[in-house]
Design a protein around this ligand. Sequence first.
Ligand code: NAD
Ligand code: IPM
Ligand code: MN
Length: 361
Amino acid sequence: MHLKIAILAGDGIGPEVTNEAVNVLTTVANARGHVFEYIPLLIGGVAITAYGTPLPPETLEKTLRCDAALLGAVGDNKFNHLPPSERPEAGLLRIRAALGGFANLRPAVAYKALADNSPLRPEITDGADILFVRELLGGLYFGEPRAWHKSTDRAHNTMVYTRAEVERVARIAFDLASRREKKKITSVDKANVLECSQLWRAVVTDVSRDYPTVTLEHQLVDSMAIHLMTRPRDFDVVLTENLFGDILSDESGVITGSLGMLPSATLGGKVNLYEPVHGSAPDIAGTGKANPIGAILTAAMVLRHSAGMEAEAKLIEDAVDEALNEGNRTTDIARGNVAGQTTLATTQMGELILGKVEARL
Ligand code: NAD
Ligand code: IPM
Ligand code: MN
């Protein structure tokens, strides 16, 4: 197999964690006699610095000709003064729209080895295994009109959803839920206040009729934020709109142990886009403290969803498990005064997991 992968490392810790993910992909490809061709491209703050735009045309054109895109993170405080449309983040939103993937899968699993790292008690998180399906191309992020009218001190954004947009992401969530053990969907909205959410709830309910094996429940987003922390094991697939999904998936980092552990895959478009959930973490960029596990698990999702290599994806996940079980930690998942833990830098953790992947191939 020859797989062309756009590498959009981006800003801050983006290149640091992406490097570790690419090393893992290369090792798997070599062992299986495949060729993974990487196309490094600029996006975000580094692209603004080089070309004056967060998404240079070359980046978009070349990514559209790839089989998959692996993104690190975008965002740099030095561009905080710019309006949303010119910031590094705008490059990410534009490429998401152009690639067309609308179903953003964000798994959040409670690792046994990290039970003591979560601020939640182990008996709360034990066994939690949630798959967020976040709608990625609609809602407030893309709705028009939007503006900040400085002269009148007024600003507005628009939340829009159509039946078709809700239906297509709901179908993906129901398909995924029907293949999981619990077969349950929790659809999250704010239907007590927002018309968009009333449409969302109606369409999800309609779609559920085609999936008799899947149980559907609805939750309001505000109380869902606390249910996730008090009874995370009760959830299986959590289906929600763009902004709610952004917020709740970060929150689920608490269940897993750190935001740096969470991977994601965006499906349904021309080219699947893979990115860890976390951002460019300017507070730790360049210090070697970045946890590469979110990016490495994202590489596993590339193999699962773009290469048909389920066994190899699983093997990477097992290697991560083993690394954690042996007490290996990056700073974000380290805990003082716990015996048997070793704190590693980004590259050390990457190399350690790589060795465990190699041993399994
Ligand atoms: P962030 O996710 O970058 O960081 C939040 C906190 O988590 C920080 O304390 C950071 O050090 C920590 N953290 C994040 N990833 C980590 C990792 N892999 N290992 C260890 N610790 C990690 O969120 P933020 O600080 O709100 O945003 C910083 C910038 O990133 C902003 O410009 C934002 O727009 C951008 N951002 C980009 C993406 C993306 O590119 N997909 C996602 C989220 C935020
Ligand atoms: C994420 C990020 C992005 C989002 C930003 C950087 C545009 O927070 O991927 O979760 O809000 O979707
Ligand atoms: Mn986010």
